[in-house]
Design a protein around this ligand. Structure first.
Ligand code: PLP
Length: 368
């Protein structure tokens, strides 16, 4: 079979999935929820099966209305997607001709590269600052040349993965109003953790699309559900790309339970952000480990010895995700409930003590 050259040139996006068994490992590597969703979700899934609906094709109308109501949008301003990964796919497919450009500050979430590669789109990637701040000036300068350079889309991952950095909402508003000819996709995969969202701006800006997911705070990445919010006109175009049944009804049943009974996931968000995250940050400060605090349910940590740290954590059943960044080798650490993070701190603390002991022994030996 003669596959397109652009696809042959690409590498698959292959996240490190082996050994990810939550029964035997602490999975602090994928920014997931560390605990399963609340009982309302399992009840809804069981009910869906018992009602004998598995053999019927999906129908999303009622849920889309509920979701729109939850976010104070019109149903026509939303489209459900198979994870927000599919949202990325359909938005980029709708907007980009081969050779046109996306502005994508780096480092960021890998799926954008993947989809851009399949479309033969070009990436223009200003770098996040050394302090991981949003490269606003560079983005504005790049967008200023959009007419000449074929730039069609700016992606704003807010907060960004893996840096955790947010863009100031006033700066984002400035970009939307100053560059009406450039589409701006705001990826809000972690918005439940920050409480910052531009969903209320749909209807105000024709050039805005927002991406949301049920994979993070809603704790259901295995079911694959996200949505895109934008003007009804743009959503109408996306409806021509997404298949009529791409989202499965188990995901819809589970998400409906999360919207109807938000107490469990909201309590999880509060525990992670108000209790666990400050404790882990204080631990890292005390131990002199560099990290970038960020605004979401994860931290970007820059240890002195990445390979040694990761190996020790893994030996002790804890997985974290290595990240190549311009500021050096780092790992991304998901934050979960306090007892889970206490286990992490106990193991990491032991490693740091051993490493300090080894360093001192080497120095007194005169070895370097
Ligand atoms: C910034 C960002 N966007 C989108 C996604 C995709 O999430 P999903 O396809 O599970 O909705 C992720 C997942 O890690 C992410 O970090």
């Amino acid at each position: 079979m003669k596959v397109r050259a652009a696809i042959r040139r690409m590498k698959p996006y292959a996240p490190p999935l082996e050994g990810r068994d939550p029964a035997s490992r602490l999975l602090l590597d994928f920014n997931e929820s560390i605990v399963p969703p609340g009982p309302a979700v399992s009840m809804a899934l069981r009910r869906f099966i018992e009602e004998g609906r598995l053999q019927v094709y999906p129908e999303y109308g009622r849920f889309v209305e509920k979701l729109a109501g939850f976010h104070e949008l019109e149903p026509a301003q939303l489209i459900l997607t198979n994870g927000s990964d599919q949202g990325i796919d359909i938005v980029l497919r709708a907007l980009l001709e081969p050779g046109q450009s996306i502005v994508l500050p780096e480092p960021t979430f890998a799926m954008y590269h993947q989809v851009a590669g399949t479309l033969e789109a070009r990436l223009v990637s200003p770098a996040y600052g050394e302090d991981m701040s949003y490269p606003l000036q560079a983005v504005r300068e790049t967008l200023g040349s959009a007419d000449r350079t074929g730039i069609r889309l700016l992606v704003v991952v807010n907060p960004n993965n893996p840096t955790g950095t947010e863009i100031d909402l006033a700066d984002l508003e400035g970009l939307l109003s100053d560059f009406p000819g450039v589409a701006i996709l705001v990826d809000e995969a972690y918005a439940e953790f920050t409480g910052h969202t531009v969903l209320p701006w749909i209807g105000r800006f024709e050039n805005l699309a927002v991406l949301r997911t049920f994979s993070k705070a809603f704790a259901m990445p295995s079911l694959r559900l996200g949505f895109v919010a934008a003007s009804a006109v743009f959503i109408g175009e996306l409806n021509k790309i997404r298949g009529p049944y791409d989202v499965n009804m188990m995901a819809v049943a589970a998400a409906e339970a999360q919207i109807d009974f938000p107490e469990d996931w909201q309590a999880y968000v509060r525990e992670v952000m108000d209790i666990s995250k400050p404790r882990v940050e204080a631990f890292l400060v005390e131990r002199g480990v560099n990290f970038y605090p960020g605004a979401a349910n994860f931290l970007l940590v820059r240890p002195r010895d990445l390979a040694g740290t990761m190996a020790y954590l893994k030996e002790n059943g804890i997985l974290v995700r290595p990240q190549k960044t311009p500021i050096g080798d780092t790992f991304r650490l998901s934050i979960g409930p306090l007892p889970v993070m206490e286990r992490l701190m106990e193991v990491y603390g032991r490693y740091l003590e051993q490493a300090a002991g080894d360093g001192a022994a080497r120095r007194s030996d005169g070895r370097r």
